[in-house]
Design a protein around this ligand. Structure first.
Ligand code: MTE
Length: 323
């Protein structure tokens, strides 16, 4: 995602990872040469060795991908890349710094309140949530609107299983999601870089789609904080920002809910945000993407390659208008 106030744009925000890392190396060299003038703090920051992400708790009973879900045979993005290049503005707008800043984020106890237009509202703790349906591995492509992509072996369960439990009322048409708001635990929430808490939304049929999951892990282990611990949404045919992290509230509603990025820049980020190479973002073409860990560019696929499964959700809609 991009924040437009120039003084707040870190280099990692507007460059892809390789260029960013090269630039970091260059800067590290420059800082070495300029030690006489470099402040101790700058020198320390640039020389901090990258911290490997500690492996999470192994999740028990994870099933192979459901046979009904078409799995990709594309090469998985490495654990190291998935956990060191993150968008999580509650911790930092610098993708390379999120892991370090989020490493002590406490995610137990944790509750998710499911409420609104439902017969059986309920507050779930994490253990209840993990029991709603068998945990499955779901290998999905994640395409970010900034033009990079990854292939991630999530662990999670269909959001539909949770929604079925609370029994949506007939007038529920959308689902609104909210991230934790706690500036003591999410330090960047003391800034006004975004309106907090981060909020997202789906149409009810999108939320009930079998590809839509709540993820609690990746690579067979509990989600690392920087990837949205302890529970996040994953909607693989939409741009990455729809996959809201560290969810505490899920509300069934009648009207289209507000979403963080469409409030921030309505002409740039729509409610639907389906991956679509034919609908450019005002500042970036969406035709191609850089797979993290690869050289060169790939063509971006409509609905991120999931058209067979999801195109029918949008029959008759003008996707240029409903972007
Ligand atoms: N959720 C919250 N709460 N805050 C965020 O800043 N960033 C979004 C999304 N979910 C974000 C969020 C964006 S822009 C992307 S691309 C994905 O998370 C990145 O997920 P990843 O770090 O696991 O790759």
């Amino acid at each position: 995602m991009v924040i437009k106030r120039p003084e707040q744009i870190p280099s990692s925000e507007i460059t892809d990872k390789k260029v960013y890392l090269n630039r970091r190396n260059f800067m590290r060299g420059a800082a070495m040469l300029a030690t006489v003038v470099a402040t101790g703090e700058l020198y320390r920051r640039l020389n901090e060795p990258p911290q490997p992400t500690p492996r999470g708790e192994k999740l028990a009973g994870v099933q192979p991908p459901a046979p009904s879900v078409r799995s990709t045979s594309e090469k998985l993005t490495s654990f190291e890349d998935i956990t060191s290049y993150n968008n999580f503005y509650e911790f930092s707008t610098d993708k390379g710094a999120v892991a370090r800043k989020a490493k002590d984020f406490v995610t137990r106890p944790w509750t998710v309140r499911v409420e609104g237009l439902v017969n059986k509202p309920k507050v779930y703790d994490l253990d209840d949530l993990m029991k709603i349906a068998p945990l499955e591995e779901r290998i999905y492509r994640l395409r970010c609107v900034e033009g990079w992509s990854m292939v991630i072996p999530w662990v999670g369960f269909p959001l539909k299983a949770l929604l079925d439990e609370v029994e949506p009322l007939s007038n529920a048409r959308y689902v609104a999601f909210e991230t934790l708001f706690d500036p003591k635990r999410m330090p960047n929430q003391t800034t006004s870089v975004l309106d907090w808490p981060y909020v997202e939304g789906l149409r009810l049929d999108e939320a009930m789609h079998p590809l839509t999951i709540l993820a609690t892990g990746l690579y067979g282990e509990a989600l690392p904080p920087q990837d949205g611990a302890p529970v996040r949404l994953v909607v693989p045919w939409k741009y990455g920002f729809k996959s809201i992290k560290s969810i505490v509230n899920i509300r069934l509603v009648a009207d289209q809910p507000k979403t963080t990025w469409s409030m921030y820049a309505p002409n740039e980020y729509g409610f639907y945000s389906n991956v679509n190479p034919n609908v450019p973002h005002p500042r970036w073409s969406q035709a191609r993407e850089r797979r993290i860990g690869e050289y060169g560019l790939r063509d971006t696929l409509i609905f991120n390659g999931y058209a067979e499964e999801v195109a029918s959700l949008y029959t008759g809609m003008d996707l240029k208008v409903n972007f």
